[in-house]
Design a protein around this ligand. Structure first.
Ligand SMILES: [Zn+2]
Length: 438
């Protein structure tokens, strides 16, 4: 018999492997945070001696969901300003509030965001914000997997006095996370409309120097495109292409407005991933990204919630549901964006977005990042097709267990690494003092 640290049994395992196998009465063997075997329970029980065995019973285990575009600390501003157009919402409501942020607030509210993610089956995310050292600190406390970068702007932020400082800060992030397998850094110029050619070129050069990808908001609304046409004589996508940004792996949030010419540019780019955020796009009425066409053209697609101030949740089950329904309605075609395609975006697509080829599916050699849903929840009975349930029936509240690298981080309502009640007390205190100031 071979030795492993954990043997996990479940009624069903959705693997997301190349054959999209769904195993019944199955088990996972985990050692050193990685999957060392997966298959029928009887077989694994014969082959593996585990330090610990856990029978989760009537659950569905699936790869941990990956939130490929978010600003976790914006839980601070959840519900603070709703029902406004993007640029007005940002410039009049969000940016002035963010100018008053501190590292302590960012850490506290990022931890709250990570709690919401872990409790709803998300094991990894791609984050862009300010005070990202504090976001990494929160990720260490929660245990979640995080790829993140400091937002680079053409104006000062509460964290960095200028864009040069933000790039310097990005270099410091790399040094401070180098030894941690769960943490990765990405160069994050915020967007075309909050930067200029010099900043974008400097961001590209830093990405080249550190061998990192780039993450930015792009072509999010018709207003942004009109502004870019006026300022630079090109669409945001053509403008980034001219500046050479697509020579690096780029992670592009939104891409709501995308002409046929833009689509050709993206198709020819070496390594781009579109980070689709349907909830945020609908709430801000930014428009509907041409995701089905991008899928047909073979573009790499992932799914994100965006920040909780424009969603207002960090729940990937809700986001999968929105992605499937939005495109069916818009295309007037119920066959558009089937559940399996949307689930791929939230798992394998997310893994590509984070630059991980060892995530997104439950296979030997991959990290044991996974979540388990209680199949006895009334809304999940009966279960003919698990992918259908994940996209159309589950709400995320059926999650009973979430683990990263074989470490259980959320177990039947309890977070294992931090005290959720004291986090809530702290949040209540902070909100009361902010209300007093306002
Ligand atoms: Zn965003």
């Amino acid at each position: 018999m071979r030795q492993c640290s954990l043997l996990l049994h479940a009624q069903k395992i959705l693997t997301q492997d190349a054959q999209r196998r769904i195993l019944e009465d199955a088990s996972l063997a985990i050692n050193d945070g990685k999957i060392v075997d997966i298959g029928p329970r009887r077989q694994l029980e014969c082959n593996w001696q585990a330090t610990r065995t856990s029978d989760l019973g009537n659950v569905l285990i699936l790869p941990g969901l990956i939130n490929a575009h978010t600003h976790a600390a914006m839980t601070l501003l959840r519900g603070y300003a709703d029902d406004l157009p993007l640029l007005q919402w940002l410039e009049q409501k969000i940016f002035p509030r963010e100018a008053q942020l501190t590292a302590e607030l960012v850490e506290l509210f990022s931890l709250l965001g990570f709690a919401e993610m872990l409790a709803s089956g998300t094991t990894a995310c791609l984050d862009m914000y300010i005070f990202e050292k504090a976001v990494f600190a929160a990720a260490r406390r929660a245990g979640i997997r995080l790829t993140a970068g400091e937002g680079v702007f053409g104006f000062s932020s509460a964290c960095c006095a200028c864009w040069q400082d933000a790039l310097q800060y990005t270099e410091e992030l790399v040094a401070s996370t180098a030894q941690e397998s769960r943490l990765k850094v990405i160069v994050s110029p915020h967007s075309v409309y909050t930067t200029d050619p010099q900043i974008l070129t400097a961001s590209l050069h830093l990405a080249e120097k550190l061998n990192l990808p780039l993450h930015l908001h792009l072509s999010e609304s018709p207003q942004e495109v009109a502004q870019c046409q006026k300022a630079h004589g090109q669409s945001p996508i053509a403008y980034l292409s001219r500046l050479g940004l697509f020579s690096r792996p780029t992670k592009l949030a939104h891409v709501v407005v995308c002409s046929d010419t833009d689509l050709d540019i993206l198709s020819q780019a070496k390594d781009t991933t579109i980070l689709h955020c349907p909830g945020s796009n609908m709430k801000l009425a930014s428009g509907c990204a041409r995701i089905p066409l991008m899928h047909q053209r073979g573009l790499s697609l992932a799914l994100g919630t965006d920040g909780p101030a424009s969603n207002n949740q960090l729940n990937m089950f809700l986001e999968m549901n929105r992605a499937a329904l939005l495109h069916k309605l818009t295309a007037n075609d119920p066959e558009t964006m089937p559940a399996s395609t949307v689930l791929d975006m939230a798992t394998l697509g997310g893994a590509r977005a984070l630059g991980h080829n060892d995530l997104g599916s439950l296979e030997i050699g991959n990290w044991a990042d996974l979540t388990a849903l209680d199949l006895s929840a009334p809304n999940l009975v009966p279960c003919y097709e698990p992918a259908s349930h994940l996209v159309y029936a589950a709400s995320g509240h059926e999650v009973v267990l979430t683990m990263v690298e074989g470490e259980i981080l959320y177990d039947h309502g309890t977070f294992t690494r931090f005290d959720y009640e004291s986090l809530c007390r702290e949040v209540t205190k902070v909100i009361a003092s902010i209300r007093k100031m306002a």
